[in-house]
Design a binder for this molecule. Structure first.
Ligand SMILES: C[S@@+](CC[C@H](N)C(=O)[O-])C[C@H]1O[C@@H](n2cnc3c(N)ncnc32)[C@H](O)[C@@H]1O
Length: 276
């Protein structure tokens, strides 16, 4: 088969299976196809067959090609992590704005880092005097975040923590209290309610990890505990959260530490009440 013919077939498959046409460029790049009549190599032919099969199964193109763009930069993605969403760029911009006004050094903690996009983009944008921490409960996600940090040359700027919700001090195994006076918590936590599971597209429910999607009382309770501990240690805290309203529209919250504690209190009672 010729390269330009293969591109035509991919375009047809994308249309038929209702993918945005913009994905053609990603697939073309992945298969190293060009608009010439060059014959495909055996490897390209077998990759093409694999892509066509995965498209019929509604697999997200980002998982097929193994990468995604965030903030105009390319990150590796696997099925162990959430595919970066365009919306989350606002979370990055909001937190960056806060950090740029802070005294140096401050500490920045990305909770639920997934592919590492937020911690890595921040590491590339803020003063090297700030310390950065990235936390995830999934070891597969954390390994990928570390690979992405390597790819973006910021490995030495970020401390990665495999932990449930908050980083632990390696010496005491208790919540990490950074030595800096000012802290910024950035998080795009799992926030979808299980009850809306049925209304999500297959590309999300079948392919994306549920630990990255669905809100859990455990996460909120522990985040509440961590923020309270930090406040008790006289830290000044700024919290940037990506969350969902009652009607599941995404909201971006910029909160002081105490406001975040109050917000999490409300969230905990709504999740633990029998009506929710
Ligand atoms: C919505 S994803 C966000 C990923 C990434 N920050 C982004 O914006 O694309 C949430 C992440 O939180 C992680 N997570 C879920 N529960 C957690 C917990 N209890 N402690 C730490 N991380 C958790 C998931 O593994 C997932 O990587």
């Amino acid at each position: 088969m010729k390269s330009n013919h293969a591109i035509g077939i991919l375009a047809e498959h994308l249309r038929y299976h209702q993918y945005p046409s913009s994905y053609l460029e990603e697939l073309r790049r992945h298969l190293q196809l060009d608009y010439t009549s060059q014959q495909l190599t055996t490897v390209q032919q077998s990759l093409l067959q694999q892509c066509l099969y995965l498209l019929t199964k509604q697999a997200p193109v980002e998982y097929i090609v193994g990468s995604a763009l965030f903030n105009n930069q390319r990150f590796l993605v696997t099925r162990e992590v959430l595919i970066p969403r365009f919306d989350t760029e606002k979370l990055f911009r909001d937190s960056l704005q806060t950090i740029q006004k802070l005294p140096q050094p401050s500490a920045i903690i990305d909770i639920g880092t997934g592919s590492g996009i937020l911690a890595i983009c921040l590491a590339k944008s803020v003063s090297p005097l700030h310390s950065l921490h990235a936390v995830d409960i999934s070891s597969a996600a954390l390994t990928l975040a570390q690979l992405n940090a390597q790819k973006h040359s910021v490995t030495d700027r970020i401390t990665f923590h495999l932990a449930d919700t908050y980083p632990l001090s390696s010496k005491t195994n208790s919540p990490l209290i950074p030595h800096e006076d000012t802290l910024v918590i950035v998080s795009n936590p799992p926030y979808l309610r299980n009850t809306i599971n049925h209304s999500l597209p297959t590309s999300v429910t079948v392919y994306e990890p549920s630990v990255a999607l669905f809100e859990s009382l455990n996460f909120i309770t522990k985040l509440h505990y961590y923020l309270t501990t930090l406040l008790q240690n006289n830290k000044t805290i700024f919290v940037h959260l990506e969350y969902a309203n009652e009607d599941n529209t995404v909201v971006f919250l910029t909160l002081s530490g105490q406001e975040a504690v109050n917000f999490l209190n409300d969230r905990m009672s709504s999740l633990s009440s029998p009506a929710s």
